[in-house]
Design a protein around this ligand. Structure first.
Ligand SMILES: NC(=O)c1ccc[n+]([C@@H]2O[C@H](COP(=O)([O-])OP(=O)(O)OC[C@H]3O[C@@H](n4cnc5c(N)ncnc54)[C@H](O)[C@@H]3O)[C@@H](O)[C@H]2O)c1
Length: 363
């Protein structure tokens, strides 16, 4: 089967640290034929890295439109700032390209609707980078959920206790802004919130949230978020996310409580089973897994495999637009609830751009 000719748009931190590896590890399926960044040197750096690791040197461009106009490119990976995902993905799809977009797929409910509808109406694939779904312990937990061994699931908790300091925000101006990013919930916690909702049934009835900016007066958005999610099946999710953990990243912990099972996945980034209790089981081989080098883990490799398989076989990727929006909807619901002080019933419409500057509004 011919390789899927793909372009990478946005050649910053995540592109360099994860997408290059993911593409090279799936080189029998995918070839990055063009790399694009508005800062040319960044695109060159990715091209150099691909070439030095044995791939054919891709074309370098600063114009995404040039990529959209190329008929010989079938898929586009979008790894630009979050506030640009919508426009770039929509343009790519309007030119007939399938899209694998970094998380969060967009920052507004209307934008997510448009992306999903465009992919469907044009018969294109839209995939979202929630790579932690492919973490081996997470996959093990999901199998237990699917097999029904938990019995009724009562509640689940996600705690993301990380640290993001001033230098992280100074590296890129878009981070921590309402227009382009959001705060710790939208940027760092969407992965964990996605895992929580995936395990608890996915269909949300209502959300309550409280967000604060306590320690980052140089960004607009929140550095602490807490929330409650009630699902249609009666189970309840609790969310705690902070970028204030002293002095560095501590852990990302997902705990699921069911009638016949309790599982806790912890480690730096939900990468290690800490508790595994079912009627006849109280241990698991993944209890000793080491922490990954970074909180991003290594799920991009499996995620690419799944996405490019879906293009090859014309089937849905595991994390479609419909799946990818669920965590974003929860975060947007928490933001809206924090403004109104009330539960947000689903479905609703909201966008991060409707949030004011929290520091000015006294949150
Ligand atoms: N899946 C994960 O675990 C994970 C981890 C980190 C970041 N991300 C997501 O990846 C995205 C990028 O994050 P990052 O940390 O790499 O940011 P970054 O700022 O390091 O990189 C973004 C790059 O996009 C370029 N860019 C901006 N606008 C562009 C445009 N219109 N066309 C082409 N290039 C453009 C910038 O010049 C920059 O090089 C964000 O949405 C972020 O949430 C995901």
């Amino acid at each position: 089967m011919a390789k899927i000719r793909t372009a990478l748009i946005g050649c910053g931190r995540i592109a360099l640290s994860k997408h290059v590896d993911a593409a090279l590890s799936n080189s029998e399926k995918v070839e990055i034929v063009s790399v694009c960044d508005v800062i040319k040197e960044r695109a060159e750096r990715i091209a150099d890295t691909l070439e030095s690791r044995g791939a054919r040197r891709p074309e370098i461009t600063t114009s995404s439109q040039h990529i959209f106009n190329r008929y010989d490119i079938d898929a586009v990976i979008v790894a630009t700032p979050s506030g640009t995902h919508y426009e770039i993905s929509m343009l790519a799809m309007s030119h007939g390209k399938s899209v694998l977009v970094e998380k969060p797929m967009a920052l507004s409910t209307h934008h997510m609707n448009d992306m999903i509808n465009t992919a469907r109406s044009r018969n294109l694939k839209l995939g979202v980078c929630f790579q932690n779904r492919f973490n081996p312990p997470v996959q093990e937990l999901r199998k237990k959920i699917e097999s029904g061994e938990f019995g009724q699931i009562f509640h689940g908790v996600i705690s993301v206790r990380w640290n993001r300091n001033e230098s992280y925000y100074r590296q890129a101006k878009w981070r921590g802004t309402w227009k382009e990013d959001g705060g710790v919930l939208m940027n760092q916690c969407t992965h964990g919130i996605d895992l929580l909702q995936w395990m608890l049934g996915g269909k949300v009835r209502r959300v309550m949230g409280l967000i604060k900016n306590l320690n980052h007066n140089y960004i607009e958005a929140e550095d602490l978020g807490v929330g409650i999610v009630e699902f249609h099946n009666g189970s309840v999710g609790l969310i705690e996310g902070t970028s204030n953990t002293f002095p560095e990243n501590l852990e990302e912990v997902l705990t699921i409580f069911g009638k016949k099972g309790t599982v806790k996945i912890g480690g730096l980034a939900a990468n290690r089973i800490e508790v595994w209790r079912f009627e006849n089981e109280n241990t698991h081989p993944y209890m000793k897994l080491p922490d990954p080098e970074t909180v991003y883990g290594s799920g991009h490799i499996a995620l690419y495999r799944d996405f490019f398989n879906s293009l090859e076989a014309d089937k849905e990727p595991c994390i479609t637009g419909e799946e990818g929006r669920k965590a974003v909807d929860i975060v947007l619901g928490m933001y809206l609830s924090s403004l109104t002080g009330e539960w947000v019933e689903f479905p609703f419409h909201f966008s991060t751009e409707q949030m004011g500057d929290m520091n000015k509004s006294g949150h």
